[in-house]
Design a protein around this ligand. Structure first.
Ligand code: ZN
Length: 192
């Protein structure tokens, strides 16, 4: 069993997820943006709303709430950093290794690590869904910021368009796009 002092060390490390603002929003000058933990929490709730008997929903929820855990050490590396996909994956893998070591390589730590690796590979049906939710949660948030902060976050919609795979999530994306189009046409017609 992992020593309580190491559990605490781990918990203090992942507190970084609660205080680290997501890079994409900072780059777009969104005031008071959400943290990495905020993003993962709503993905976990989204996973609970997904009704697909073909997948292990509990594993989807678990994967959603740990998929960005390595960012507690590696930080939120955005595409704008210029870092290659491979270098980013390498850095995050090292961070995950440190977290597992912190938890003394326990069975529980290995479970987290295996969910993380499964997400990174993105090949199982559960990982495909979590990848979808990762992008969907981001554009839901982007639309919320567009409404609240009058921000131009078109690039988030452009970079995810056509990339969703799960039919239910595609239907959610379609609804979001309808609402967003309505919002922008209302805004345009309101302009003098
Ligand atoms: Zn994420």
């Amino acid at each position: 069993m992992t020593q309580p002092k190491n559990i605490l060390k781990f918990l203090h490390t992942i507190e970084n997820l609660k205080v680290t603002k997501r890079t994409g929003w900072i780059e777009h000058k969104i005031a008071n943006p959400e943290s990495i933990a905020d993003h993962m929490h709503r993905m976990g709730v989204m996973a609970m709303l997904l009704n697909d008997p073909a997948v292990d929903r509990n594993r989807v929820i678990q994967m959603a709430i740990v998929h960005d855990l390595a960012e507690s050490i590696a930080g939120d590396i955005a595409p704008s950093s210029g870092m290659s996909k491979e270098a980013k994956a390498q850095l995050e893998k090292q961070a995950m290794d440190s977290l597992v070591a912190m938890l003394e390589g326990s069975l529980e730590a290995r479970e987290i690590e295996s969910l993380f690796m499964e997400y990174e590979d993105g090949t199982t049906p559960e990982a495909v869904i979590v990848k979808d939710l990762d992008k969907f949660e981001m554009i839901v948030q982007a639309f919320e910021y567009e409404q609240r902060n009058d921000a131009d976050l078109q690039s988030f919609f452009d970079s995810t368009r056509g990339k969703f795979k799960h039919p239910t999530i595609i239907s959610w994306v379609t609804e979001l796009e309808i609402q967003r189009n309505q919002f922008h046409s209302r805004k345009q017609s309101a302009q003098p």
